[in-house]
Design a protein around this ligand. Sequence first.
Ligand SMILES: Cc1cc2nc3c(=O)[nH]c(=O)nc-3n(C[C@H](O)[C@H](O)[C@H](O)COP(=O)(O)O)c2cc1C
Length: 222
Amino acid sequence: MISVIDAITTRKSVRSFTKKKVGLKTIKKIISLAAQSPSGTNTQPWNVHVLTGNNLKEFCRACKNEFLKNSEKLSLERLNYMKKYREPYISRRRKVGWDLYNILKIKKGDYTKTKNFHAQNYEFFGAPVGIIFSIEKDLGWMSWLDYGMFIQNICLVARNFGLHTCPQAAWGLVYKKANVLVKLKKNYTVHCGLAIGYENKKAEVNKLITERESIDTFCKFN
Ligand SMILES: Cc1cc2nc3c(=O)[nH]c(=O)nc-3n(C[C@H](O)[C@H](O)[C@H](O)COP(=O)(O)O)c2cc1C
């Protein structure tokens, strides 16, 4: 068993996976451990859709197609960070974007290569298991906070099994299509997804190292 600190320090977003399969037993174990996550008044707002095999392939085919065909028309409502990026967020966002594009050798303004790379989100970056998360539409901020803790738990517990993950807001761009494909009831909606599998250690894209601000920039001791 790995320590919590090792799980935290070795977790990273992986964007190229090997084809090696992950047993459903392992996935079930990860999700049930992640569900030990705290939630306000123990409301547990998560709903998880695990996709593998042909269902995964079909789901990805339809969603990737939707992205490639309609990306200009798709609503950004689920990818809602802020209307107009400002400092300090914009610099941090640019930094990770350019670091990633440098590794991928994608030049500024190369919209075709950029779009093709984004499209890989809709293949879960080649992961053998794709997870889609849905939530009841009328749940509020606090439930979203609970949900984040649950997803982070999945990312950390996965490390115990030698697995890597990539949380993906990108699925929120095609949520209307995804809602239908995972057969959601009317009051539910897809909001994001997560790729899970074994890291392709040969892939350049996985060499990305992201930085964090020092604690002095965001923490005050009074
Ligand atoms: C909620 C959430 C959504 C994300 N969505 C995407 C995504 O759609 N595609 C992607 O490639 N990475 C996505 N990421 C990964 C972030 O870019 C990544 O966590 C961040 O750059 C820090 O890097 P690290 O995870 O390797 O530490 C997402 C991360 C989070 C937490």
